[in-house]
Design a protein around this ligand. Structure first.
Ligand SMILES: NC(=O)c1ccc[n+]([C@@H]2O[C@H](COP(=O)([O-])OP(=O)(O)OC[C@H]3O[C@@H](n4cnc5c(N)ncnc54)[C@H](OP(=O)(O)O)[C@@H]3O)[C@@H](O)[C@H]2O)c1
Length: 288
């Protein structure tokens, strides 16, 4: 029997990216892609029953509450999905000897620096989303030994909802676009992250722990948008604006670049530059 791999949050962009490249791995592994309708990770009994029944070798948790602005208005829901449900998954993984690969975020950091964050830097989230994700991480690191937590940033994928596709659709509307130029991070193409996750699995490694993964290089949202339009050779009206944290409404880290040396050196990965991967993503949508 082939080892089984569970992928939660199957309708999200990372899970879709994994699903789209999984064909080359299916001779060695059996994949179970489950959406919220099939496995709601906030339902403790369902999680326990599902993991007990299948005895997965790995659980890749792509399910999350990812709407950063909405999380401020709905902290209970954000914590339920990003923290409480992660506890259920972690407990069930422990009980069934399943290795948990959990995805976390650059937003666990406050952004008050201009030096890329390493895994041992002290997290200090400044919004509900970041706090809820950090609580999920904390439970895993405290209670599991066989886990990978991969923090990533500015994730995007073709034909799903994200910054890249939002810019593409707004640019069709002929209204002037203004985009923040004082928030700095690293875009991450979900397919690159998907490949890294599957590579870690096939390496059968026990180098467990927290890792940072994003595409290499850094940029602002404004420059990200400009680069998208340059690649597809379109020229909408685009101008920069400033983002100001308003503590009572929403805070976002102004600098959330992740230092990826640990994952590169541990697993000998070569990480593509964000512009190279952006071209790949856009070429899949625009067939160039
Ligand atoms: N997107 C980013 O820019 C970004 C940046 C850094 C880190 N990350 C992390 O990367 C991971 C993947 O993100 P993504 O962008 O692929 O997320 P996504 O596209 O928002 O997908 C998340 C999926 O989780 C599902 N989900 C929500 N609640 C659930 C529940 N109770 N049970 C089962 N599934 C549930 C959602 O379903 P519904 O839509 O039906 O609710 C959605 O399909 C997440 O852990 C996220 O925190 C993302």
């Amino acid at each position: 029997m082939k080892p089984k791999i569970l992928v939660t949050g199957a309708k999200g962009q990372l899970a879709k990216a994994i699903k789209n490249i999984v064909a080359t791995y299916t001779k060695d592994y059996e994949f179970y892609f489950v959406s919220k309708a099939n496995l709601d990770i906030t339902k403790a009994q369902d999680v326990k029953a599902f993991l007990t029944k299948h005895r997965f070798e790995y659980c890749i948790n792509c399910a999350a509450y990812t709407n950063v602005a909405e999380a401020e208005k709905n902290p209970k829901k954000a914590f339920k999905i990003n923290s409480e449900a992660v506890m259920y998954l972690a407990d069930s993984c422990k009980a069934s000897n399943t290795i948990l690969i959990h995805i976390s975020t650059d937003y666990v950091f406050s952004g008050e620096t201009n030096i890329p964050y390493i895994e041992t830097d002290l997290p200090n989230p400044i919004n509900v989303y970041g706090k809820s994700k950090l609580a999920g991480e904390a439970y895993i690191t405290k209670n599991l030994s066989s886990y990978f937590i991969i923090r990533t940033s500015w994730l995007y994928y073709q034909n799903t909802n994200n910054f890249m596709t939002t810019m593409l659709s707004l640019s069709q509307k002929e209204t002037p676009l203004t985009v923040v130029d004082n928030q700095i991070g690293s875009p991450t193409y979900a397919e690159d992250l998907a490949k890294v996750i599957l590579k870690i699995i096939t390496l059968k490694t026990n180098k467990f722990g927290i890792y940072h993964y994003s595409n290499s290089g850094q940029t602002s949202w404004y420059d990200f948008a400009k680069t998208i339009f340059n690649i597809i050779k379109t020229n909408p009206s685009l101008s920069p604006k400033k983002f100001y944290n308003i503590p009572s409404v929403l805070n976002r880290p102004l600098f959330s670049v992740l230092n990826t040396s640990k994952i590169e050196q541990t697993f000998l990965f070569k990480i593509p530059n964000w512009k190279t991967s952006l071209k790949v993503a856009l070429s899949k949508m625009y067939k160039f």
